[in-house]
Design a protein around this ligand. Sequence first.
Ligand code: G3P
Ligand code: MG
Length: 246
Amino acid sequence: MNTNIFAHRGASGYAPENTMPAFQLAYEQGANGIETDVQLSKDGVPVLIHDETLKRTTNGTGYVKDYTVEELKQLDAGKWFSPKYAGITIVTLEQFLQWGKSKNLLFNIELKNDTINYEKLEQTVYDAVLKYNLLDQTIFSTFNAKSVERMNQIDPHAEVAFLTSSNKRHLLKDVINMGGNALHIHYRLLTERLVKKCKDLHIPLRVYTINRPQQMKRCYKLQCDGIFTDYPDIALTERKAFQSNE
Ligand code: G3P
Ligand code: MG
């Protein structure tokens, strides 16, 4: 079984997270998929950015939700990472899907609505993915249980993962009850027992954020369905080595 390698916010170990250079590099390195985080601008346009605030990854200040997409597009989203990336801008979901639609890639679109409950985020993101005919290649995920529920109401056939870093006793039961059909966990939660339970229930299990070769090997050995890594090239090399030793 092949553990899929998802570039976490693109190849974010090498290029500014959630920007086109990071996505392009992940694709060139041979990642199976790309994970990205989505929020809404003031005028309701889905944009790809991890933090609710602009400070860490752009030259802006304040909240993403308080700026229109045109205003967000004026910001520099690359220079914080390296002067080499000065002038790189925030990417809209549409731009990303347009780029990805002809590529043999999986997409994990993480709805960043665990702190701010963006109204209509689920429907807006779903409609964009549908428009580009990418539903079969897309996994939606969120830390917000209510959002999993809303996604399931929009399309019960869509793949919707509950994201968590907390070790609840009835985690899988909870995921099913909220309408989820996949589980994305922090690596500290990974156990052989959980892998087995997920396999028994046909719930894909993917693990974040896996940056060390030792952790990668463990995920391959346990046959996790996917990992999220900032270094897809290293994950690919390790997977090749692991498979040739099998
Ligand atoms: O989707 C996996 C991972 O990205 C979740 O955590 O904070 O990196 O978005 P975070
Ligand atoms: Mg994420």
